[in-house]
Design a protein around this ligand. Structure first.
Ligand code: UD1
Ligand code: CA
Length: 456
């Protein structure tokens, strides 16, 4: 099967410099959702008709094996599909999709494709509460489609029809080359209407069958930011619904966003306003507090992410061990790997560092490029000074170490097993195991000192 995706339109009502089909739904350009559907349907060729912002559209789809054809002037949907005549395999049927209708379900499209054969032209239709400016489906006595009449060409009777054209249809093998050159712009908009193929099919004795979409939302096109926001919420509601059905507790499905994939174990709970990006997995019993933003993170069973934890693996997976506690207000960056039952508290940043089981940094610390052993306690205000202005260096903190508050560990440096670093120390050399190391000015008190007095 060929799939032709129409994406040449400008999208004036988006009031944006970005081509319409590149506006994002769930973090991905709308057209990418459509291209993925084509792949899921097993398209042998996917042809994207580009016009406005063609180069941007092509670069956004660089990862996909699709063919592009240009439509320099937007002279209607029929004209757009005509541009693909040189690119389709004519012995195969052609499914037409729109680049700005991102959420049609696989099941619905499969039903549309299943209705296609060499003597049938199936069209995806939907019943609308308010058919507004859509093309109306005029059925004949047998329930087949007699013709599709555009809103601007319709008479008062036709405007009462609630069944509308979604635009998606399957042109039978060999038909595009026969039909498309016959389209004429004899209509209110002076365009070449793809919808006129219905009359051409019937003139050849073919049937045009309506296939119904499951609901209005799945065939909703995006022409404005209002519609984009509505489509986004519909998509998120669907994702939330499917997780709720799997047993995930979501405090408010209307304040929940997955822009990627989220896999959850049993008894996971997610409070309001969390955003999941990239690939996130939450093990059994994980609790995610309000306002967490997680990207490329694996959270093991029983871990708790307190409110406003931000973790971004930047493509490298962040690992949070079983029973760990993170946040509130913690920041985990690429390469953070937190051991079982470790604690990362408020205003602590962890980058490219491994925290052993049971180790803690509870308040106001920066831990970067570090290897932290087991049962380590990192006090408030501790900083690993990992960067000398040219290169990054490693800080090693061995098992059972306590680092006193407000200490700076100047890397490369190792704090030996079981050692203690006194508060306020600046550690520039390795410290021996089991001992107290203090590196700060000694405290003195001057008994004969007088505070200066203001002159009268
Ligand atoms: C079309 C249908 C109408 C249907 C509606 C559903 C026709 C004649 N009308 O309306 O029956 O109810 O879709 O949304 O087919 N495009 C191009 N090149 C063009 C024209 C359009 O690439 O020359 C693309 C647009 O970017 C968009 C899609 O085709 O993605 C639909 O175009 P749009 O103008 O929104 O639809 P209508 O023609 O108004
Ligand atoms: Ca139009």
């Amino acid at each position: 099967m060929n799939v032709v995706i129409l994406a040449a339109g400008k999208g004036t009502r988006m009031k944006s410099d970005l081509p319409k089909v590149l506006h994002r739904v769930a973090g991905r350009p709308m057209i990418e959702h459509v291209v993925q559907r084509a792949l899921e349907l097993g398209a042998s060729r996917t042809i994207v008709v580009v016009g406005h912002g063609a180069e941007l559209v092509k670069s956004a789809l660089a990862a996909y094996a699709v063919v592009y054809v240009d439509q320099l002037e937007q002279r209607g949907t029929g004209h757009a599909v005509m541009q693909a005549l040189g690119a389709i395999a004519h012995a195969e049927p052609t499914l037409v999709l729109y680049g700005d209708v991102p959420l049609t379900s696989l099941a619905t499209l499969r039903a549309l494709v299943a209705a296609a054969n060499t003597h049938t032209l199936p069209v995806l239709t939907v019943d609308m509460a308010d058919a507004a400016k859509y093309g109306r489906i005029v059925r004949d006595a047998s329930g087949q489609i007699a013709r599709i009449v555009e809103f601007k060409d319709a008479n008062a009777e036709e405007l009462k029809i609630s069944e509308t054209n979604t635009g998606m249809m399957v042109l039978p093998a060999l038909a595009p080359a026969r039909w498309l050159p016959k389209l004429t712009p004899n209509n209110a908009q002076g365009e070449l209407y793809l919808t006129d193929v219905v009359a051409l099919a019937r003139a050849e004795g073919m049937a045009s069958l309506p296939v119904s979409a499951a609901n209005e939302a799945e065939v909703e096109g995006v022409n404005s930011k209002v519609e984009l926001a509505r489509v986004e919420r519909y998509f998120q509601a669907q994702q939330a619904h499917s997780l709720l059905e799997q047993g995930v507790e979501i405090a408010d499905p209307a304040r929940f966003d997955v822009r990627g994939t989220l896999v959850c174990g049993r008894d996971v709970s997610i409070d309001v306003n969390c955003v999941f990006e990239g690939k996130v997995s939450l093990g059994d019993g994980v609790r995610v507090g309000a306002g967490c933003v997680l990207k490329d993170v694996e959270v093991a069973a029983g871990a708790v992410l307190k409110p406003y934890t931000v973790a971004d693996g930047e493509g490298k997976v962040i690992r949070i061990g079983a029973g760990a506690q993170v946040g509130p207000f913690a920041r985990l960056r690429a390469g953070a790997n937190l051991g079982v039952n470790s604690h990362i508290g408020n205003f602590v940043e962890v980058k490219n560092s491994r925290f052993g089981p049971g180790s803690k940094a509870n308040h106001l610390a920066y831990v970067g490029d570090s290897v932290v052993g087991e049962r380590v306690n990192i006090g408030a205000g501790v900083i690993t000074a990992n960067y000398d202005g040219a290169a990054k260096h490693t800080t090693t903190i061995e098992d059972d170490v306590h680092i006193g508050s407000n200490s700076v560990l100047v890397a490369p440096v190792t704090v030996g097993r079981g050692g203690t670093v006194g508060a306020g120390s600046t550690i520039t050399k390795n410290t021996p195991p089991e001992q107290l190391t203090v590196a700060r000015g000694k405290q003195v008190s001057l008994s004969d000192w007088q505070r200066p007095k203001k002159q009268a």
